[in-house]
Structure formats: structure tokens, C-alpha cells
Ligand binder design. Sequence first.
Ligand SMILES: *[C@@H]1O[C@H](CO)[C@@H](O)[C@H](O)[C@H]1NC(C)=O
Ligand SMILES: *[C@@H]1O[C@H](CO)[C@@H](O)[C@H](O)[C@H]1NC(C)=O
Ligand SMILES: *[C@@H]1O[C@H](CO)[C@@H](O)[C@H](O)[C@H]1NC(C)=O
Length: 309
Amino acid sequence: MPFQQGSARTRQRTVLLVGIVVLLAALVLAVVLASVLTHGERGEVAPKMLKWKDRGTTKNLQEVILGRCYSYVMARYPELGDKDCLKIWESLKHAFIYKDPCNITSEDYQPLMELASHPIPCNKSLFWSKTNDLAHRYTKSNQNFLTLEDTLLGYMADRVSWCGDPSAPGINYESCPKRSECESNPSSVFWKMASKMFAEAACGVVQVMLNGSIEAGAFRSSSIFGSIEIFNLNPDKVSAVHIWVMHDIGGPQSESCSGHSIKRLTSILEERNFKITCEDNYRPVQLLQCVYNPDHTDCRLCTNTMANP
Ligand SMILES: *[C@@H]1O[C@H](CO)[C@@H](O)[C@H](O)[C@H]1NC(C)=O
Ligand SMILES: *[C@@H]1O[C@H](CO)[C@@H](O)[C@H](O)[C@H]1NC(C)=O
Ligand SMILES: *[C@@H]1O[C@H](CO)[C@@H](O)[C@H](O)[C@H]1NC(C)=O
């Protein structure tokens, strides 16, 4: 009797053990199968993405845009008040996700432009062309001026790239179209609209920082400034345009205020009834350049004639 009982218990235990082993084996099989299937799916989707020449969408785009938006609205300019960063991100995403990246229109961005726009104080707008670094070093050190990249829209999008693709997941992280591949790509359309809005918002005295060390000329009609911004300044709001032509310290002085391209710019602006002034190497900006070239003659506090009477 006790022997029989023992044998029954052993049989029960064996059955239980076999059951557990079978269950575990089934589980492992399911996990392996699932991973193979999703890998297969990914393998199928990736080659369907269109291939372009420019870098793809910035990794973690959502976190980058949201982080910059909150940083701008909460920390830098709390006076802007009720900007909804989540809504702003959603409207940026909806402008391009799952869309053909060569067929983006201004309508796609209209909701984003409306959500993110804010007033710009008079006399503060600073336009720039080919002086990216210097212009932004200047607005960082002098809170009296704002470039497009110092507005919420420009701040969020600065040096970030994005584009969509008709196939899942609707965002192309591998490549995006260059302007030479198609004009109506997500970045170009965005910057055109943002620049137009920035110019339209300007009032009072506006300034423009140009690069006098560019051989092709400081003012180029094909630039964003030359093709979009100058034509969207409102003569009823903007009284004067101050041009600053900056030369690299110790670099070539290809053009100054009396140069050909500056004359072209001046005549375009005068035709639109703006008052113009032009200054070579505007001193407050040149002093910033001198931080990196303190010993250069252009950076001396006194002129040579005063130093050597
Ligand atoms: C471009 O997009 C518009 C609307 O978003 C659509 O009507 C048009 O058919 C598209 N064109 C091409 C070539 O995909
Ligand atoms: C803008 O500058 C002009 C000329 O310097 C000045 O008359 C005007 O008061 C300024 N406006 C503001 C809002 O600072
Ligand atoms: C002018 O343009 C050149 C070439 O792009 C650049 O290296 C230089 O830093 C620019 N100078 C200024 C003052 O921005």
C-alpha cells in the first residue's frame, strides 16, 4: 500500500514535470517566431523608403523639438505665455509624416506657423547672410537683437532635419531630399515660410549682417535674405535698414559698403522706400571677432596714428 502510493506520487510528479517542459518549449518557440517575424517585417519596410542625397531625419526628433520648445517657452522667454509645445510638435509632425517629401506645401505648415508665431519687438530684428556664427554670437551677447533662430520657430528647427515617406513608419531617418533634388521638400518649405513670417513681423529699424569676405559679393539675390526677406519687409512698419558688412579679421576684404552687390541691395531697398545706412566692420560686432584675434592690428583699441605720433 505505501509502496503503491509512492509510485502514484512519482507518476503524478513526472506528468507535471513533462507538462512544464512542454509549456516552456512552446513559449520559447513563440518568442523566437515573433522575433523572426518582426525582423522580417523590418527587413521588408526599410528598402521601400525612398533614397535621397541629404542627411535623414534627426534621431529622436520628437524629443529634440519638444525639449527645445519647452526650453524656449519655459526658461528663455516665459513672457510668451501660453504656447502649447505638444500641439506645436503634433502640427510639425502632421506637416510631413507619411507625405511625399517632394510635395510639401505652405498649407501643410500653416497650423504650425500660427501656433508658434509670436511678436518681435521693434528695432530688434537682425537678418544675416553667410554670417551664421558671428550673427548668433552677437545676439547671444546682446539681448537687444533677435535673428530668426532666436524666435521659437527658428530655435526649434535650427540644425535639425526632417522628412516623411509614404511607407511606414512615415518618417525617413536614412535620407531626405536636397534642394537640388526637389524644391518643395520639408526643410526648404519650412525655412521659406519661417523667413517670410520673420520679415513680415519686423518693425522700426532692422539690421542685416553680411559677409564682406565672400568673393562672390556680400549680397546674393539667391540667398534667403536676398530672395525672401527683403521682399517681405513691410514699408509701413519698417523705417530703416542698417547694413553691417563684416570682414574676417585678417581675411580678404572682398567687398565693403561701396561694393557692387551692396549697391544692388541698396537700390532694391530704396525702391521699396526704406532709409538705408551701411557700416563696414560695425564696431560692437568686430569686438566679438577680436575675442579670437586680440593681437591683430584691426583689434587695437587705439588707431596707429594715435599710437605712433
Ligand atoms: C501633392 O499634394 C497635393 C495635396 O497635398 C495633392 O493634391 C497632389 O496630388 C500631390 N501631387 C503629387 C505629384 O503627389
Ligand atoms: C526704434 O528706433 C528708432 C530710431 O532709433 C526710435 O526713434 C524708436 O523710438 C525706437 N523704437 C523702440 C520701440 O525702441
Ligand atoms: C564669411 O564666409 C566665410 C566662408 O563661408 C566664413 O568662413 C567666414 O567665417 C564668414 N565671415 C563672417 C564674418 O561671418
